[in-house]
Design a protein around this ligand. Structure first.
Ligand SMILES: O=C(CO)[C@H](O)[C@H](O)COP(=O)(O)O
Length: 232
């Protein structure tokens, strides 16, 4: 079975958790897109939900699929967020932001009672860090921010190259919030909660892609079927 079919299976399993009347966070990425499409099918057959998209891309997808939308300006709390991830460890800590939407994704996940992470099995890792860690930064003072990030990596026992993400046009990729992303190629993040705390206090860092304690369950689709992992 191809990867896309596995992603759709994970999305379909997460959809089983959706109930009438729920306020939903809608993730970003190729797996979350399947969820939005399947949710749209349910809405067309009468399911009443409202969604908050985590990116402009997801907003457009949700509108195309007929999913009613609201914002976290109009409501302050969500029942459930369903989103993908770039890596998931056994504590359900995540690396997110491969699609550049980590800031809104984290705001939405943090406003939700539950976050179901949907993915194919390839995203499951024993230790985070093989996937480059996305860190959303303010372009102003970038050299100082990079130096502070380097110190944070060292204090948490990590190190690696930092690369400013580029868009298709060859210029710096700009997030929905108007910021840049540095992808940190760390290889191994031995203490993800500590690194998350250290990055969070750097003034030029808007947000980082370590999601600690936000995922409540993971739905993983693989060749052997679906596996659901609950956070302990
Ligand atoms: O964090 C994300 C976007 O910012 C995505 O959830 C993550 O990159 C996974 O994407 P995909 O489902 O396409 O593999």
């Amino acid at each position: 079975m191809d990867m896309d079919a596995l992603k759709r299976q994970a999305a379909a399993r997460a959809l089983e958790e959706v109930r009438d009347g729920m306020k939903l966070g809608l993730g970003t990425g190729s797996t979350a897109k399947h969820f939005v499409e399947l949710l749209g099918e349910k809405v067309r057959t009468g399911l009443k939900v409202v969604g908050v998209p985590t990116s402009e891309v997801t907003r457009a997808d949700a509108i195309r699929c007929g999913v009613p939308l609201t914002t976290l300006d109009d409501i302050d709390h969500l029942d459930l967020t369903v989103d993908g991830a770039d890596e998931i460890d056994p504590a359900l800590n995540l690396i997110k932001g491969g699609g550049g939407a980590l800031l809104r994704e984290k705001i939405v996940a943090a406003a939700s009672d539950r976050m179901i992470v949907i993915a194919d099995e390839s995203k499951w890792v024993e230790v985070l860090g093989r996937f480059p860690l996305p860190v959303e930064v303010i372009p102003f003072g970038l050299a100082a921010t990079r130096a502070a990030m380097d110190r944070a990596f060292a204090q948490s026992g990590a190190s690696g190259e930092m690369v400013i993400r580029q868009g298709k046009d060859g210029h710096a990729f700009v997030t929905d919030g108007g910021h840049w992303i540095i992808d940190a190629h760390l290889g191994r993040i031995g203490d993800a909660p500590r690194l998350a705390a250290l990055l969070s206090v750097i003034p030029g860092v808007v947000e980082h892609g370590l999601f600690i304690g936000l995922g409540t369950s993971a739905v993983l689709a693989g060749a052997q079927g679906i596996r659901v992992v609950e956070r302990r």
